[in-house]
Design a protein around this ligand. Structure first.
Ligand SMILES: Nc1ncnc2c1ncn2[C@@H]1O[C@H](COP(=O)(O)OP(=O)(O)O)[C@@H](O)[C@H]1O
Ligand SMILES: N[C@@H](CCOP(=O)(O)O)C(=O)O
Length: 321
């Protein structure tokens, strides 16, 4: 359960009184997510998500995320909407943290995605990329190549306690990306964390996207690579090319991928694997005392990285011609 910050009844009542959503009927910590504190809030006007933004979220980035949700929803992307306070602000302060209330999205996330879910997420990702083309907000990706070295420094020589050889493996990979990261691919607003737990389905059909708190301005095909990692590996970390083919075909049915984007997929997928390996490693080694959170396994992403290192070309991801 990700609840880093407890909220007293008095604080909550005062906070919610700033909104036009009626009185609080119930508020429960949510047993999912690892980044922020989330509560399911029920009021006289319905169900909402109350989020208190934690360590990785910089306060100055919050308008980018909240405005992006409004922009996407306005362009027909199914995603939560920030609820505005009576004074018009989408962002407030609760228990010493920046906090917002967003609308509740109906649906559930899929624990064991099938091929059709991968196709649906490919389509949804491409639709999000297109809908965000005219989004004016810009946010450089703090978790791209220049950020990976400083992130790894937070594991301070402790990587081998998690997996022998991990320290050297990460150092080699950092050097590889410093030399090979592609520079000329189409850039736009990316979700950057579109894992199965951030995509909802209702009665078997795609119902929407959540959790835009890693969204940033970066290479669009990098977002595709993140999804290949998150959706197309089996629990034993074997790559499933049928799922990969479905995800890529779904994406390309909405937004074509250029030859350069396709050629770059193996490097982007390696980078995506390293990025999540690093955040998971740092989180694994630094669980805040008393926090109700289950850190995610970094070694899972080392295995994915090893797969991409062996890939000879993008065709291995299951690309149709
Ligand atoms: N708008 C929403 N509608 C419904 N459920 C939500 C919504 N936002 C978050 N949740 C629930 O909270 C969980 C954690 O949210 P998430 O944004 O992924 O957390 P984190 O910021 O820690 O990554 C989700 O898996 C989902 O169960
Ligand atoms: N998706 C990341 C963790 C952060 O996302 P959350 O939505 O699960 O809080 C990972 O799997 O490492």
């Amino acid at each position: 359960m990700a609840v880093y910050t407890e909220v007293s009844d008095e604080e909550l009542t005062r906070f919610v009184a700033g909104y036009d959503i009626g009185a609080v009927l119930a508020c429960k910590g949510i047993a999912e997510g690892v980044e922020n504190t989330n509560y399911l809030l029920r009021t006289e006007k319905g169900s909402f998500i109350l989020t208190l933004y934690e360590k990785r979220v910089r306060r100055e980035d919050l308008p980018f995320f909240l405005d992006l949700m409004e922009h996407l929803a306005g362009r027909g992307v199914s995603c939560p909407l920030p609820v505005r306070r009576r004074d018009g602000a989408a962002l407030g302060e609760l228990a010493g943290r920046p906090a917002a209330i967003i609308t509740f999205l109906e649906g559930v996330w899929i624990r064991r995605p099938h091929v059709e879910h991968c196709a649906a997420v490919g389509r949804a990702l491409a639709a999000m990329h297109l809908a965000a083309l005219d989004y004016a907000g810009r946010r450089p990706n703090a978790l791209s190549v220049p950020g990976w070295g400083p992130l790894f420094a937070q594991a301070e020589g402790r990587a081998d306690t998690v997996q022998p050889g991990l320290d050297a493996a990460v150092r080699e990979e950092l050097a590889f990306h410093a030399a090979h990261w592609p520079g000329e691919l189409p850039v736009g607003t990316i979700h950057a964390d579109l894992f199965p737990d951030n995509v909802f389905f209702l009665r078997g059909r795609f119902s929407g996207l959540i959790d835009f708190y890693f969204a940033c301005t970066d290479i669009l095909a990098y977002d595709v690579a993140i999804c290949l990692n998150a959706w197309c590996f089996e629990p034993d970390q074997a790559y499933n090319a049928t799922k990969g083919r479905a995800l890529l075909a779904g994406y390309r049915s909405v937004r074509p991928l250029s030859e350069a984007e396709i050629a770059a997929l193996p490097v982007l997928a390696r980078g995506a694997a390293l990025r999540f390996l690093l955040t998971r490693l740092v989180d694994w080694l630094n669980v805040p005392p008393g926090a109700l959170v289950k850190p995610k396994d970094p070694v899972e992403y080392l295995k994915k990285l090893r797969f991409h290192q062996r890939v000879a070309g993008a065709a291995e991801y299951g690309l149709d011609a």
